[in-house]
Design a protein around this ligand. Structure first.
Ligand code: AMP
Ligand code: MN
Ligand code: MN
Ligand code: MN
Length: 293
């Protein structure tokens, strides 16, 4: 089982656990290094850090930034970021404003379709208007009986080009890479296999990301089949991007995903954590930190 999980969510975005409970679960699950990567927020890092103190778990300060690349919405994970850096803070404030505005517009569309109380309902599930995500809206649609599954909420209302979709003015790919770099972090294209794009487009994305100064890409994630993990491993080598791994744990909104459970990186990939000086295999890297702790 991998010991390093570099992608997870708490209540500070669309996860169901508090940052402290997430860390406690990671410790119980045998995870030795965990990155908290909430959507467009680092609000949970402080609490997660405190919770990790004295447990032997290394908490990595992370964030998953939403970005626009052409007609696509791309997620970029930043790892080992300085959460106090003014450039990152300004970027996050901009994203939060866009998210809060989108929440109101999305709810107004649902209300116009006859689903009353959408805004208050979804907001009650989120930690703040700035953190309101489509996951919360989907959960409210389900709880209120408007859809019979969360997936149906996306398929019927919230997905791209659906009646309650609101195109988002997220930052550009270039901007989010530059914010992460300014904050001293490494940037990683999240779940490249999950965008609705051809393999040619995916290669173009990775090429552009590399040219913008991007550092890595996720290769081993919980939801990818073995042949996709192998393919992504090859792409990481071809585009000279460091390979990342993680569960993308959300808790209740995605109960089929367990913290720390995903395939190992294929042979030949250079792990992203070598960028911050850890040894190449995750077991070795954990052991070396245990010995020096
Ligand atoms: P947002 O950042 O508010 O646009 O919300 C995006 C989040 O919604 C993603 O991070 C996922 O957690 C969730 N999501 C997106 N598409 C789906 C889907 N088809 N089914 C379930 N959850 C989804
Ligand atoms: Mn999410
Ligand atoms: Mn994502
Ligand atoms: Mn995620």
């Amino acid at each position: 089982m991998p010991l390093i999980d570099l992608h997870s969510h708490s209540q500070c975005s669309d996860g169901s656990l508090s940052p402290a409970d997430l860390v406690a679960l990671a410790v119980r699950a045998g995870v030795k290094a965990l990155a908290l990567t909430d959507h467009d927020s680092v609000d949970g890092i402080r609490e997660a850090r405190l919770a990790a103190n004295g447990t032997g778990l290394t908490l990595i300060a992370g964030v998953e930034l939403s970005a626009v690349w052409g007609v696509h919405n791309i997620h970029v994970v930043g790892l080992q970021v300085d959460i106090e850096h003014p450039v990152l803070k300004a970027g996050l404030a901009q994203q939060a404003g866009a998210r809060a505005e989108r929440g109101k517009l999305m709810a107004a569309k649902l209300e116009a379709l006859g689903m009353k109380g959408a805004y208050e309902g979804a907001l009650a599930l989120a930690s703040s208007p700035d953190a309101l995500s489509r996951t919360h809206m989907a959960q409210w649609l389900f709880d209120a009986g408007h859809v019979s599954t969360i997936q149906q909420a996306f398929d019927k209302y919230l997905g791209p080009r659906k009646p309650a979709a609101v195109p988002m003015p997220w930052a550009s790919l270039a901007d989010v890479v530059s914010w992460i770099k300014a904050a001293g972090g490494v940037s990683v294209v999240a779940h490249p296999g999950r965008y609705d794009m051809s393999r040619t487009k995916m290669r173009q994305l990775l090429q552009d990301f590399k040219a913008l100064g991007g550092d890595g890409m996720e290769v081993a994630t919980a939801t990818e089949k073995p042949d996709m993990v192998a393919y992504l491993g090859k792409l990481s080598q071809q585009f000279e991007l460091l390979a990342s791994q993680g569960s993308d744990y959300h808790g209740k909104p995605a109960p089929w995903i367990a913290l720390g459970r995903f395939p190992s990186l294929p042979a030949g990939c250079i792990p992203i954590w070598t960028a911050w000086g850890w040894p190449a295999t995750d077991a070795e890297s954990v052991l070396s930190r245990e010995l020096t702790a």
